[in-house]
Design a protein. Structure first.
Length: 399
């Protein structure tokens, strides 16, 4: 272990056994306004932990608020205008300023409450001196950009322009990374990147995904629940929206369902809404009704997704995924779909979609998608997290 979280009479001292309830504090982005999969994963984890433990969260969001998650997780958000960064401000500069704001709020909390376990996720940051010696620190790296480990922007010139700020940010956060008792990557792909490019050792725990399909469909969407749509989520350049739009243009007789996503581009939204065969809806973090309408999921991501939770969520419904052959997507798609390379070969996307018209081929991929999704069942992932925590930190946590 890198810290001293198990020195003295700790929560898991073998002489006393684990307590009935641990004090667990999460710090990261707002859980009321999730920016993406990292926050959705954190919500699922904290809700599960709250069944047996005292769980709270200190987060940064667009507005200051207090709220409670299912299971009694007490949350407080403080406000910042820096994430997403203001126009013209480099991402890592804004992130460093938010990390400074976070330390000002988090350090006094740690001094007062001394949690048994501290769960950190970008942009939550403190200095090692702020952390009680008996607190076990777990850091979740859900993206290569976390804490300045790397740059994920698909644009080479933007990566180059931000590289100096990234290096400064990583240097500032290196003491905290060294203090962590366990660092978690959400895929083998991300684990290798962190090790090879930033000298960060991490352990793989898949995202916490509640991906059980309902027993019966809902019809709350205004256009019903017939599963005939080819669905794409995230009308922004990183998610491959331009490719998705080109695919929809190439298949005018197919029905497409496009979701805005949290970082949707106005220009790309306008382009998608201009197609007669595309239905566009706003962003949602509850995908059940969407999947009840979906036949195929498209993920033509331009950037290297660290994992990609959507193929797992869709797979629980028996929905095959067609995705870019990059990043962590091969791990989340598995054999429950097909991987496309090069990703701008629209004819290849069209061939794979057309191939799924075969009843037998679709049934085989649908069954494979369900089996693959079952590997990431929430109970299984929570159990793996608990095992890793005990093995690498000595902390036994009840789940």
């Amino acid at each position: 272990m890198k810290g001293s979280a198990n020195a003295g009479a700790t929560p898991t001292d073998p002489a006393s056994g684990p307590p009935a309830r641990l004090r667990i504090l999460f710090a990261g982005h707002s859980l009321a306004e999730p920016l993406g999969g990292g926050e959705l994963s954190a919500r699922a984890l904290l809700t599960a932990l709250a069944r047996r433990h005292e769980v709270s969260a200190l987060c940064v969001g667009r507005t200051a608020r207090t709220y409670e998650l299912d299971g009694g997780v007490s949350c407080e958000d403080f406000a910042t205008t820096l994430l997403p960064p203001p126009a013209g401000m480099p991402f890592h500069v804004a992130a460093m300023r938010v990390e400074r704001q976070f330390r000002d709020r988090l350090a006094p909390n740690l001094l007062t409450h001394a949690p048994h376990v501290l769960l950190l996720q970008q942009p939550a940051a403190v200095l090692p001196a702020d952390i009680p010696s008996t607190t076990t620190v777990v850091m979740f790296m859900h993206s290569f950009v976390c804490y300045g480990a790397g740059d994920a922007n698909p644009s080479a010139w933007k990566r180059t322009a931000s590289s100096a700020f990234r290096i400064v940010r990583l240097h500032r956060n290196r003491p905290l990374l060294n203090r962590a008792d366990m660092i978690i990557s959400n895929s083998r792909f991300l684990q290798a990147l962190l090790r090879n490019r930033a000298a960060i050792t991490s352990h793989v725990v898949a995202p916490f995904i509640a991906a059980d399909a309902p027993a019966s469909p809902s019809s709350s969407l205004p256009y019903g629940n017939i599963r005939d749509a080819i669905t794409f989520v995230g009308l922004d350049a990183w998610k491959g929206a331009e490719i998705a739009i080109r695919i929809a243009k190439a298949l005018p007789d197919r029905q497409f369902l496009f979701l805005d996503g949290p970082r949707a581009s106005d220009a790309l939204k306008a382009a998608a809404r201009g197609l007669a065969n595309v239905t566009c809806i706003g962003w949602t973090d509850d995908m059940r009704n969407v999947f009840e309408r979906t036949r195929i999921l498209l993920m033509p991501s331009v950037w290297e997704e660290p994992f990609g939770r959507l193929p797992v969520e869709a797979g629980a419904y028996g929905i095959p995924t067609l995705a870019s052959a990059r990043g962590g997507l091969p791990e989340s798609v598995g054999d429950g779909g097909a991987l496309i390379d090069p990703i701008d070969d629209i004819a290849q996307w069209v061939r794979q979609i057309t191939a799924l018209d075969s009843v037998h081929h679709y049934a085989a991929l649908s069954a494979a998608a369900r089996r693959h999704a079952a590997r990431f069942a929430l109970g299984r992932t929570l159990g793996h997290f608990g095992d890793c925590l005990q093995q690498h930190t000595g902390v036994t946590i009840s789940l």
